[in-house]
Design a protein around this ligand. Structure first.
Ligand code: COA
Length: 317
């Protein structure tokens, strides 16, 4: 297939919110949150914008790739909401890093990073471009109802970036969608119009946790098996499975059913929480920086989220 990952980067806000702090604003406890989700702390933006975090992650990825912004042919930002509806987050990143190429946002909720990888694959395979900057960035804490203990304890903020170039690292990739406005929802808000009523939607993140849990486990099991089969790799060939960091229990079940070991399971939820489309690229950069992943290693990434969407791929680093 079409590309190789040549650089990764990440950025997160400074402020660390721990579970005890949350128990001072909602009826919850460190014990409940750790046992049900695996989350200890998460980063929460107090002043950082999503553009600032994305630019920092992008600069980081470009410098590790050893290329300049002018070498980019395309910028794809996976996000549910940039700082503005217009201009896009991708255009603001393009301006700040000094790139001179097309730039566009795409929204596939927590599967956004996999959707962006899939688009980069198609663009590069078609011969239209050679080098793509992909960012997964989300300030999920902007969408939370801080009085709802069933959701406000789950999320954090961050941005992860990768630079991909024409090459042979991508072994297989798949994405799926199944439209649903019941299980995971964040409503838009609209300006009043003299010509008609605008829908009044709840702007907070709302989730049917139990049903999403089942959807998550089922889709990770299905997608990981599919992309491994497409790539012709077995569990023993895989250095790490990097699942979307939504709930530790989801990927513990998936790990056991798929036959991966504890060492093969990438874990970042304990210190990031769920950062939606940023979760996989944030963790990928951290694992590479810590020397846990090296060139030549085979990784499997798997994401699921609102839409409902899913995505998975096999990549040789
Ligand atoms: N602290 C303490 N108790 C809480 C709580 C909190 N933060 N949140 C919910 N509870 C309570 C509930 O009110 C309920 O109490 P009750 O039995 O008295 O009614 C009890 O805990 C169990 O709630 P339930 O929703 O069944 O818990 P759960 O084990 O399903 O865990 C989630 C809830 C959200 C952690 C879990 O469903 C989940 O992770 N789902 C998938 C999330 C996900 O993957 N999202 C992806 C987004 S991309």
């Amino acid at each position: 297939m079409s590309f190789q990952i040549v650089g990764t980067g990440r950025a997160h806000p400074e402020f660390v919110l721990n579970n005890d702090m949350l128990s001072q604003i909602v009826d919850t406890s460190d014990e409940w949150i750790v046992a049900r989700t695996g989350i200890n702390t998460r980063y929460v933006s107090t002043h950082e914008t999503i553009t600032e975090l994305s630019v920092k992650a992008a600069d980081n990825a470009l410098s590790k790739a050893g290329i300049g912004a002018k070498d980019l042919d395309l910028i794809l930002c996976a996000t549910m909401k940039g700082d503005y509806a217009c201009p896009s987050l991708a255009c603001l990143v393009q301006k700040e890093i000094g790139a001179d190429c097309p730039a566009v946002d795409l929204n596939a909720a927590c599967s956004g990073f996999l959707y962006a990888l899939d688009q980069a694959d198609a663009y590069i395979a078609s011969g239209k471009v050679e080098t793509v900057l992909i960012i997964g960035a989300e300030l999920m804490t902007r969408h939370l109802d801080w009085t709802d203990r069933s959701t406000c304890v789950l999320f954090g903020d961050g941005a992860g970036a990768v630079v991909v170039r024409k090459g042979h690292g991508l072994k297989s990739i798949k994405i799926t969608a199944k439209g649903d406005d019941e299980l995971l929802v964040i409503g838009n808000t609209f300006c009043p119009s003299p010509y008609g009523k605008q829908p009044k939607l709840d702007p907070h993140f709302r989730m049917k946790g139990g049903e999403v849990f089942k959807f998550a486990v089922t889709s990770v099991l299905r997608d990981v098996k599919d992309v491994m089969k497409m790539a012709g790799v077995e569990v023993k060939d895989v250095k790490m499975l990097i699942p979307h960091q939504a709930n530790q229990r989801v990927f513990q079940v998936a790990k056991e059913k798929l036959g991966f070991s504890d060492e093969q399971l990438a874990m970042g939820i304990d210190h990031y929480g769920n950062t939606s489309s940023a979760s996989i690229p944030l963790l990928l950069d951290e694992l590479i920086e810590e020397g846990k992943l090296k060139p030549g290693d085979i990784i499997v990434m798997s994401a699921f989220g609102g839409g409902l969407t899913t995505g998975a791929c096999v990549i040789e680093l």
